[in-house]
Design a protein around this ligand. Structure first.
Ligand SMILES: *Cc1c(COP(=O)(O)O)cnc(C)c1O
Length: 300
């Protein structure tokens, strides 16, 4: 909702936003910009979520030509979920935001995992945020609060946002209990994200060493570990099912792609156990009928 409210704050009916093709705003919000605000999205494929500023320079369209939507907003996501928890390179953010400002375009950061980006990069959240007009953060991901996201921006933008939130159905009463949990998370759960990142490295190291598994991207930067499973080990849902039967939960992220996430409810010992179970599942894998028939046809 914080992302969609930001879209509504910045754009008017018939305008468009630019974003990276794998981002949350484009893929995981039901096309909300179109449904809620009459705004279309033009998505540009990045490299594990990272756009080169040069990819955007030819994209903005103005109202001079009545065929075109008017480009109004650029949205980035940091860290990038489908990019495997990648921290956007700081120069890519400053490059894109500086360029956008020069073009008169608004900028919004989907910072659902901004605190992971800050801890991993050593660049403070405020330093990342200063380049954007609005920033959304999520308290219920790595920060571990039960619920809630927040949107920040100028006073005028937040005044407008409060109106949109109401009509989007997000007005709530007695929210102090929710805010208290978010405040607790901000005060106690930010620095400890480094533990999640270290646990993700431990898991990534094990995955790197196992036959049939491949990290995508090859480097893990925060608390998300995305890996490809060779078809010989089954599909992603099948492989996830075998892990789940043994007590390890991973999320199918594509036909052969899985996502594992470390967080404050997963200890070092849990990761060590998960690594042992991964090892067992990979090594015990008997060829399935489908993979053995594939092997046969390969030799035919
Ligand atoms: C989870 C998530 C959101 C939305 O957070 P809510 O908790 O649904 O408000 C937005 N962007 C990204 C990248 C996310 O992972």
């Amino acid at each position: 909702m914080s992302n969609q409210i930001a879209v509504r704050v910045h754009c008017r009916l018939g305008e468009e936003l630019l974003c990276e093709a794998q981002c949350h705003i484009y893929n995981y919000e039901q096309g909300g910009a179109a449904q809620l605000s009459g705004v279309s999205a033009r998505a540009v494929e990045g490299k594990y979520g990272v756009l080169d500023p040069a990819q955007l320079t030819a994209m903005p369209r103005s109202g001079d030509n009545p065929h075109y939507p008017v480009t109004r907003l650029v949205c980035l996501e940091n860290t990038h979920n489908r990019g495997g928890g990648r921290v956007l390179p700081y120069e890519s953010v400053t490059g894109i935001c500086g360029w956008a400002r020069g073009q008169g375009l608004a900028t919004h950061l989907d910072g659902a995992r901004l605190f992971n980006a800050a801890v991993a990069s050593g660049i403070e959240p405020a330093q990342w945020a200063q380049h954007f007009d609005t920033v959304g953060v999520c308290f219920s991901k790595g920060l571990g609060a039960p619920i809630g996201s927040a949107l920040s921006g100028t006073r005028a933008m937040i005044d407008a946002a409060l109106r949109h939130r109401k009509v989007f159905g997000g007005g709530m009463r007695q929210v102090g209990v929710i805010a208290a949990a978010a405040l607790y998370a901000l005060e106690h759960h930010v620095e400890r994200l480094a533990e999640d990142h270290a646990n993700a490295q431990l898991l990534a190291g094990a995955i790197r060493a196992l036959p049939g598994l491949e990290l995508r991207p090859p480097q893990v930067e925060t608390n998300i570990v995305v890996f490809h499973v060779a078809p010989e080990l089954g599909t992603a849902p099948e492989f996830a099912g075998r892990l789940r039967d043994r007590g390890v939960l991973v999320h199918p992220f594509g036909p052969q792609l899985l996502r594992a996430v470390t967080h404050l409810d997963v200890s070092r010992a849990d990761i060590e156990r998960a690594v042992a179970i991964l090892d067992e599942v990979v090594r015990s894998r008997a060829p399935s009928p489908s993979s053995s028939s594939k092997a046969r046809s390969a030799y035919a």
